[in-house]
Design a protein around this ligand. Structure first.
Ligand code: UD1
Length: 340
């Protein structure tokens, strides 16, 4: 019988790609999602790629009785991957309590239910935001975490601490915290991808929507940073590569390979790219000219960050494989497919 995995937020951007990789690795997936920032049609895309429609429950993870009913309906869930969270930095500054309520209640409900239902492993979506602007680059997992600059970032830090405390208090499960750098791109089939609601806040969906003529102009936020071309530098990680890191993390916990009960891994490529390099590469691989303009800095942006992924490479046996060229092309193919 296939090992059952609960994927919260499984119709979202990273959750849907991870569901595909889990199914292709032979796992059975149960998705719970409240559809607050995703569309039920994503299930069609997952099914079109894998031939399997994952079980789906429309449940808000902050609703503990409803969440408990999911564990009762699907007995034998072995691991949880928790993507269900609010993730917009700017919105979190406007609505901090919403962010603390959603992200913390979801986590605590899941952790409380795990022992009751014999769940053995927990993967948490953390973020490189916990490092703030590091003094030394690239960042390793030992780079000190800094005071968060947004309630969103603070929820990631607090959730990491809650998980660590719970596991250290002899919880009967293991956890892996994955610190994502900047996930971009779409499945190469162009059947699933990022579906931002309203005006995109993140770079790549804004780039593809500008290229598609949905947005008039891309604003490049600042060219006076202390970087080679003056624009900010990030570590852009292909979403399918990122999804695969979750499969490896689940396998590691369930096969008893974890060296510690809580392990932390950076999930990045190890390569930093500037906003202007992204713009140039996008134009080169797609042949589409981007209307962009350099504007002032965006408040709260850090100048540069990229990962040292050595630990994930060596300990997890995972490595980012896709080139930025193919990743940007996949994002564009996805954008084009939305117009059809
Ligand atoms: C932010 C968060 C990250 C979070 C992610 C997802 C921080 C430091 N980072 O990443 O934790 O997981 O959002 O929501 O809080 N840019 C433009 N024009 C645009 C949009 C972006 O020039 O229209 C630039 C930004 O200034 C930045 C880069 O593109 O330098 C990437 O921005 P974005 O995609 O928003 O991600 P982060 O801010 O790095």
């Amino acid at each position: 019988m296939a090992t059952k995995i609960l994927v919260t937020g499984g119709t979202g951007y990273i959750g849907s790609h991870t569901t595909v990789e889990l199914q292709q690795a032979g796992y059975e997936v149960v998705i719970v999602d409240n559809l607050s920032n995703s569309n039920i049609k994503v299930l069609d895309g997952i099914q079109a790629i894998t031939g399997i429609r994952p079980a789906f429950e429309e449940v808000d993870c902050t609703d503990k009785p409803a969440l408990k009913a999911v564990f009762e309906k699907y007995p034998g869930i072995k691991a949880i991957i928790n993507f269900a969270a609010s993730k917009a930095v700017g919105e979190s500054v406007q609505k901090p309590l919403l962010y603390y309520r959603n992200n913390l209640d979801t986590l605590i409900n899941l952790l409380e239910l795990m022992p009751e239902f014999g769940v053995e492993g927990f993967v948490f979506s953390s973020s490189c935001t916990v490092y703030g602007q590091p003094e030394v680059l690239p960042v390793t997992e030992d780079t000190p975490r800094q005071t968060a600059t947004s309630p969103y970032g603070n929820t990631k830090k607090i959730c990491e601490d809650i998980i660590t405390d719970a596991v250290h208090a002899d919880a009967p499960y293991k956890a892996i915290l994955l610190r994502y750098f900047n996930p971009i791109g779409a499945h190469p089939s162009a059947k699933i991808g990022e579906l931002p609601l309203g005006v995109p806040q993140n770079l790549i969906p804004f780039v593809t929507q500008t290229a598609a003529g949905i947005r008039e102009q891309l604003s490049v936020f600042g060219d006076d940073y202390n970087t080679p071309d003056g624009s900010c530098i990030r570590d852009y990680i292909n979403v399918v590569d990122l999804a695969k890191a979750h499969v490896v993390a689940v396998e590691r916990m369930l096969s008893g390979k974890s060296l510690e009960n809580v392990e932390v891994f950076n999930v990045g490529t190890g390569r930093g790219l500037s906003v202007l390099e992204i713009v140039e590469t996008f134009q080169k691989v797609t042949g589409v000219k981007l209307n962009y303009k350099i504007v002032g800095r965006r408040e709260g942006d850090i100048e540069q960050v990229w990962a040292d992924p050595t630990k994930a490479n060596q300990v997890l046996g995972w490595k980012a494989e896709a080139s930025v060229e193919e990743t940007l092309l996949s994002a564009w193919r996805w954008q084009e497919s939305l117009a059809k």
